[in-house]
Design a binder for this molecule. Structure first.
Ligand SMILES: Cc1ncc(COP(=O)(O)O)c(C=O)c1O
Length: 278
């Protein structure tokens, strides 16, 4: 049975869901998105994702998306497609308008709304073994706080990691490890959990915020402060957080073993506590 998706007000078979060649997300990456994880049929952190979507829209001067519609449609897609463990992908673009111009369309234009829910199975073995990461220079713009579909530097960074036999690339900006290509970066330095502060240079992850809350509740010392590259060698643990990876331990960075080369106790404690929340 074909997957049913939602495009511009209609539930459609996947094959029939097509967008215009003039869509500004296609031509100019003029769009925003969210990915929501669904556990046993229930979306996790939907409110946070929708709030961030609305913020991204405001920052890009897109019309405010109808959050009630998106939530309703998301649940309906889970039901229609009979999904249990899944992800919901939500994308809003400024819409299709001709002729192509950089400046916003001068005539009326309806934003394109796409929602796709599909089955998701995590690579569970990675939580046991941890992943390898590399560092790459951050070549992105200064509004990484907006979850825009303009992801070319992120895609190039992830490919560099893949080419190096690693699973994630950590961006280095002004001498600090700031975040992953599709995740937030954490480390344990001098006995404290460190992660880059929420600002325009990173995406403030929904999972990052949950992890920080959980860490504080568990009594860990937490510092929202960058980790200098010069201190990376002294970090006893590293991990990344994201909607699909939850808390993913890093056991090697640029070929150097992190800690004892296995997922560390803090990352494991956070993962366990977060799983209990889920
Ligand atoms: C660049 C970047 N940072 C952080 C994250 C983690 O965000 P979240 O926890 O909301 O999935 C993502 C997720 O896609 C991302 O692309």
């Amino acid at each position: 049975m074909s997957l049913t998706v939602y495009l511009n007000g209609q539930f459609l078979p996947y094959e029939q869901a097509t967008v215009s060649v003039e869509d500004r997300a296609f031509l100019l990456a003029d769009g925003i998105y969210e990915v929501v994880r669904v556990y046993a049929g229930r979306p996790f952190g939907m409110e946070g994702h929708l709030t961030r979507l609305a913020r991204s829209a405001r920052e890009l001067r897109l019309p405010a998306p109808d959050l009630d519609e998106i939530e309703r449609v998301s649940l309906e897609l889970l039901r229609i497609n009979n999904l249990s463990d899944a992800t919901i992908y939500i994308q809003v673009s400024r819409g299709a308008y001709a002729p192509r111009t950089h400046a916003f369309p001068t005539g009326p234009v309806t934003p394109t709304l796409l929602v796709i829910a599909r089955s998701f199975k995590a690579n569970a073995a990675q939580w046991e073994t941890g992943i390898k990461a590399i560092t790459v220079p951050d070549q992105r713009w200064a509004r990484c706080d907006i979850k825009s579909v303009s992801l070319l530097p992120n895609a190039l960074a992830k490919q560099a990691a893949t080419d190096a036999g690693a699973q994630e690339a950590i961006f280095i900006k002004d001498g600090y490890a700031i975040e992953g290509s599709s995740s937030n970066f954490f480390a344990v330095l001098d006995g404290e959990i460190r992660t880059y502060p929420s600002c325009n240079y990173i995406l403030t992850g929904i999972t990052r915020n949950v992890a920080l809350d959980v860490a504080r509740k568990l009594g860990y010392k937490v510092r929202e402060e960058g980790i200098p590259t010069t201190a990376l060698g002294r970090c006893t643990e590293m991990w990344v957080t994201s909607t699909t990876q939850e808390v993913m331990p890093i056991v090697s960075l640029d070929g150097q073993v992190v800690g004892d080369g296995r997922p560390g106790p803090v990352a494991q404690a956070l993962l366990k506590a977060m799983r209990e929340l889920l």
